[in-house]
Ligand binder design. Structure first.
Ligand SMILES: [Zn+2]
Length: 63
C-alpha cells in the first residue's frame, strides 16, 4: 500500500477487483496484490475505494 513501510511477513493476498463483484477474475494473478495485514484490514468492506490506486501501483511496478 502506498505510504506503508511495514516489514512484516504477515501478509495477505488481496483481490484488487473484489471477487464478490468480479468472480470471473478471482483466480487471475493479475488481479492479486499482497498487502500487510493491517493494510488488508483497512480495505474490508470498502474494497472498491482502493481499486484505482492499487491498479496504479501494479502498473507502476510493470514499468
Ligand atoms: Zn501495510
Amino acid at each position: 500500500m502506498p505510504g506503508c513501510y511495514s516489514q512484516s511477513r504477515d501478509i495477505a493476498a488481496h483481490h484488487i477487483y473484489p471477487k464478490k463483484k468480479y468472480p470471473e477474475i478471482q483466480f487471475d494473478t493479475a488481479n492479486g496484490i499482497t498487502l500487510c495485514k493491517p493494510c488488508h484490514e483497512e480495505t474490508y468492506g470498502r474494497e472498491e475505494q482502493f481499486v484505482t490506486m492499487l491498479v496504479r501501483v501494479v502498473q507502476t511496478m510493470d514499468d
